[in-house]
Design a protein around this ligand. Structure first.
Ligand code: IMP
Ligand code: MG
Length: 185
């Protein structure tokens, strides 16, 4: 596999900017959920870096769980609106105060489907915390209660986000050089 520098057009959000924003999101969540039982649900795999840094910045007791989904019959970028649960949560969420932790909201289809699925399980509350919002690409209206950064319509990678499953561990968000990599649609 090639070095990430080959794909990097520019850094979009550097490490210290990311960490500073996550620190304030953590403070916000700690305030808003002070008297509740905060339950964070991370959507694998993209949300994993964000989840762990967010947890370090939340100063109230909270629990976590994971789920994995995949889009039906489409490439890495486009989603049709149909998602399939490939790994379910371990715990029941009924009567819990759930915050869904997502890497990026693009068309919004993935998030809309996950919200629909989870709300059937009757949580006490259900909110969304997304690190990145590619607002220009939105096709369905979805609520983002806690948003890290609104970003332009460019394919990004790093900090949980992959190029063909690589580079998720980078501590910053980079823009892919479109001459070297085109996500399959
Ligand atoms: P949506 O259903 O169109 O909102 O797509 C959301 C999913 O598409 C995310 O959870 C990511 O897995 C993927 N995605 C969208 N944009 C990007 C990107 O710029 N880089 C990497 N993955 C992306
Ligand atoms: Mg993905």
């Amino acid at each position: 596999m090639r070095d990430y520098h080959d794909f990097l057009q520019k850094k979009l959000v550097d490490e210290s900017t990311l960490q500073a924003r996550i620190e304030s999101l953590g403070e916000e969540l700690s305030r808003d959920y002070k008297d509740k039982s905060l339950h964070l649900i991370c959507i694998l795999r993209g949300g994993v870096m964000f989840l762990t840094d967010l947890m370090r910045n939340i100063n109230i007791p909270h629990s976590i769980d994971f789920m994995a989904i995949s889009s039906y019959g489409v490439g890495a970028r486009q989603s049709t609106g149909q998602v399939r649960l490939t790994m379910d949560l371990r715990d029941d969420i009924q009567a819990r105060d759930v915050v869904l932790v997502e890497d990026i909201v693009d068309s919004g289809h993935t998030l809309a489907s996950v919200l629909e699925l989870l709300s059937l399980r009757k949580p006490a509350s259900l909110k969304v915390c997304a690190l990145l919002d590619k607002a220009e690409r939105r096709e369905v209206d979805v609520p983002i209660d806690y948003c890290g950064f609104t970003i332009p319509n460019e394919f990004v990678f790093g900090y949980g986000l992959d190029i063909d499953e690589y580079y998720r561990g980078l501590p910053f968000i980079g823009v892919v050089n479109p001459e070297l990599y085109q996500p399959e649609d």
